[in-house]
Write a protein of this length. Structure first.
Length: 412
């Protein structure tokens, strides 16, 4: 009925911010039956466990030197490796990884290795953190400690060198998730519903990785080809399915305007589904976006512009394949996605299709984009003839031709 100690029967640990100031305390339960393994000071203006990592004040210099951050759960899982000489370790404090944690890590490292407890809860926590790392474009790997130990126990039992080897050999996050899904896939036996859910779950992560720019089109195409071979699914059908899955991907953090890029002609961002801020010429991207959604509009483009006018190599390769198929009367998007030549560009094709679908207004977008490309062509011809020393009369004719292309609205 009286006062009692918040941290009773616990090992008390000071919590410091990255500058080394003590901002809170944490207690690790001494009783293994205590339901609250870790207990922190209440959140305050100085202490927010969703944006602080324990031990970062000690490990940040080692992270900068190595370019790598090792993330564990709990104070002792960070303290024991740090004490043993594994200097780039920091810990969450009884909360899931957040985008604020990852942004903080991004100041010090380009790669993160997650080492969570080997039980089901720890593995699930590791997977939940993957998409946040992908969104922040930090390369992430996942290490699983054998025998169900946590990092503290593992260092005490096996020594720091064993932990370093575990970190060095940690698989890429996508490989880690793939291995886990395949183990579950085999265990599912003949249950087709469970197998389908496991594959879809992995494909969503692949699509998310492309959206966030964490993997490129070549890697994504290779993964899709590998999955299709394993499932005996045609590449085109799998690519189409990934397009559908990708429609549900929503990037973590950042507004639509920030992600979409801006500018006109060849100077703006890609506008490709927010996936990256690549400098795609937008008029070129818009032509491809529209035709992926409305192949019936191909005849309106083929007589006006040529794929060789596309300045971006990836967009030019896509346009060349589209023009070839369209000229043969077989511009079927599913076949395009499944063609061997387009496999390395499968992720980009998917993103362009999403962006075009979201923008809509296909006819007007296509007219504006083709008019702009025609205008650019005439400008190039004018500059070329001017350099060749043509007469003023010829140049006036060319300028009149430029002015005849009257609709080139701002491409944004």
């Amino acid at each position: 009925s009286g006062c009692y100690d918040r941290f009773r029967n616990r090992v008390l640990v000071p919590i410091q911010d990255p500058a080394g100031h003590i901002v809170a305390f944490g207690g690790r339960a001494l009783d293994p039956e205590d339901p609250a393994k870790y207990l922190n000071s209440p959140d305050s203006p100085l202490f927010d466990k969703s944006s602080l990592l324990f031990g970062l004040n000690h490990s940040k210099q080692a992270m900068v030197a190595s370019g790598q951050a090792v993330i564990v759960e709990g104070y002792l899982d960070a303290l024991m490796p740090l004490q043993a000489g594994v200097g780039n370790v920091a810990a969450t404090m009884g909360t899931a990884l957040t985008d604020r944690h990852v942004r903080l890590l991004g100041r010090y490292a380009k790669e993160a290795v997650l080492i969570f407890d080997a039980d089901a809860a720890g593995m699930a926590a590791a997977e939940r953190g993957l998409e946040i790392f992908l969104a922040q474009r930090l390369h992430v790997r996942v290490a699983a400690i054998p025998s169900g130990k946590d990092p503290c126990d593992y260092v005490l039992a096996e020594g720091p060198e064993a932990l370093r080897r575990l970190i060095d050999e940690a698989p890429d996050a996508l490989q880690y998730v793939w291995d886990r899904r395949m183990a579950a896939y085999r265990e599912a036996g003949g249950n087709l519903s469970d197998r389908r859910a496991l594959i879809d779950d992995f494909l969503r992560l692949v699509v998310s990785s492309s959206v966030y720019g964490a993997i490129d089109e070549i890697r994504r195409g290779q993964l899709a080809q590998h999955i299709g071979h394993m499932l005996n699914v045609a590449p085109g059908a799998l690519a189409e399915h990934m397009v559908r899955l990708g429609r549900g991907v929503r990037p973590v953090g950042g507004g639509a305007a920030e992600r979409a890029g801006s500018g006109s002609g060849s100077g703006g961002g890609s506008g490709v589904g927010g996936r990256r801020r690549a400098k795609f010429p937008l008029a070129e991207a818009h032509v491809v976006e529209v035709l992926l959604n409305r192949p019936d509009l191909f005849d309106e483009v083929v007589e006006r512009i040529d794929p060789e006018e596309f300045t971006d190599p990836s967009l030019r390769a896509i346009a060349q394949e589209m023009w070839r198929r369209g000229s043969e009367g077989s511009l079927v998007i599913e076949d395009l996605l499944g063609s061997e030549r387009m496999i390395p560009l499968g992720g980009l094709l998917t993103d362009l299709a999403h962006a075009g679908e979201a923008r809509g207004n296909f006819e007007q977008t296509l007219r504006g984009a083709t008019d702009h490309l025609l205008y650019c062509r005439h400008r190039r011809e004018t500059e070329s003839r001017k350099a060749a020393g043509l007469t003023e009369e010829t140049l006036r004719e060319l300028n009149l031709r430029c002015r005849d292309v009257r609709r080139w609205p701002r491409i944004s």
